[in-house]
Design a protein around this ligand. Structure first.
Ligand SMILES: *Cc1c(COP(=O)(O)O)cnc(C)c1O
Length: 366
């Protein structure tokens, strides 16, 4: 590693963090391989693009980008409050819902605090804990699902925060309402529980937990949701947290004053109104899910049933190698070694054409 003349030492814990490995831009892969019709099913993006209403709002707001955004996200917050049936002071708007997670670290965590999350959970939870110098406590999953009772058992008097992704990425599994209720009864009142619901709008399972009551009961509880997935605005970076007013006002003081850009705020307002687009996205996801389950069955590949817009499946070889081979044939999917699954791949559910192409390429390689 190159260093400056006098090497700067980061805070304790920082050097244990590995940089997030994103894929190359599609354009670059196309150039390298000399092909032009690459499909990317690697980041759980909406294959329909964004709502036409959002695209229009983006164009209109683009004429005003010389102005700073509304730092309070006044109108978007009002729309969301109505949509969720909460008051504005239960909401914080952020630069992607990931920023709610980092704000939790910036606001509540420090050395000595323990942060509980599940093995095979979203990578950002560990990142937040390590940046803050807190101690990650990683609890094993059971059947590829967060095991809430083990997570509750891992609580000590040092536990400050518990992160739960529901449904989880990359496994696509969810915890039920009953499991959540049992868990919340075991969690001491002083521990902050975060339910990351990035895929909330995709869930179809009847036993999915509705977590808003925990916020309304003034538990130390934060729900995170996003415009990156079903609303198709991942590139604009906008998400939000729902929490008791005292938590919101504390985190509001910590966030950057202009954390949500003006174009993103305008697009999110329009996307929220376009219920047709959300419905269509959900329908397409269900159709694609059945198609892919069926195709995996035919190929004899094990997969995990998903409540999100992606499916994790298992192959009889290195997932990383197979992903490499698939990319060479123009289909980008994600290897799962970093999540503890060396023989698994995660595929985002695409359009019917994309799903067929993905299965064609997969079939030629397994
Ligand atoms: C995609 C995803 C998010 C969304 O992050 P944004 O910052 O809102 O784009 C959050 N949590 C999980 C588990 C995800 O998979």
């Amino acid at each position: 590693m190159k260093t400056t003349k006098k090497r700067l030492i980061p805070r304790p814990g920082i050097e244990t963090i590995k940089a997030y490995k994103g894929g190359k831009p599609i354009e670059e892969v196309q150039r390298e391989l000399g092909i032009s019709n690459i499909i990317k099913l690697a980041s759980n993006e909406n294959p329909l693009g964004a709502s036409p209403l959002a695209l229009l709002a983006i164009k209109e707001s683009a004429t005003k980008v010389n102005l700073y955004p509304d730092g309070s996200a006044y109108y978007l917050k009002a729309d969301l409050a109505k949509h969720l049936d909460v008051t504005e002071d239960h909401l914080i708007l952020t630069n992607g819902s990931n920023e709610v997670l980092t704000l939790v670290g910036d606001t509540y965590l420090g050395p000595g605090d323990e942060v509980i999350y599940s093995e095979g959970a979203f990578v950002v939870y560990g990142l937040v804990a390590k940046i803050a110098g807190a101690t990650p406590v990683v609890v094993p999953m059971q059947n590829d699902i967060h095991h809430l009772s083990s997570m509750a058992t891992a609580i000590t008097d040092k536990t400050k925060v518990i992160f739960i992704a529901n449904p989880n990425n990359p496994t696509g599994t969810m915890v039920t309402a009953a499991e959540t209720a049992q868990f919340m009864a075991m969690v001491p009142e002083n521990v902050l529980v975060i339910f990351d619901e990035a895929y909330y709008e995709y869930v179809t399972h009847p036993d999915y937990s509705q977590t808003l009551p925990y916020v309304m009961e003034e538990r130390n509880f934060i729900i995170t949701r996003t415009f990156s997935k079903i609303y198709g605005l991942a590139g604009l970076r906008i998400g939000y947290g729902i929490a008791p007013t005292s938590i919101i006002s504390t985190m509001d003081a910590v966030r950057q004053p202009f954390n949500c850009n003006a174009v993103a705020q305008a697009a999110a307002r329009a996307a929220l109104k376009d219920t047709d687009f959300v419905e269509k996205s959900k329908e397409l996801n269900e159709i694609g899910k059945s198609f892919l389950y069926n195709a995996f069955d035919k190929l004899g590949l094990r997969y995990i049933k998903s409540e999100g817009n992606f499916i994790m499946f298992f192959v009889n070889q290195s997932g990383a190698k197979l992903v490499e081979a698939m990319i060479e044939k123009g289909v980008i999917v994600r290897e799962m070694k970093d999540y503890g699954y060396p023989n698994a791949i995660r595929v985002t559910i695409g359009t019917p054409n994309q799903n067929e192409r993905f299965i064609e390429v997969l079939t030629s390689l397994v």
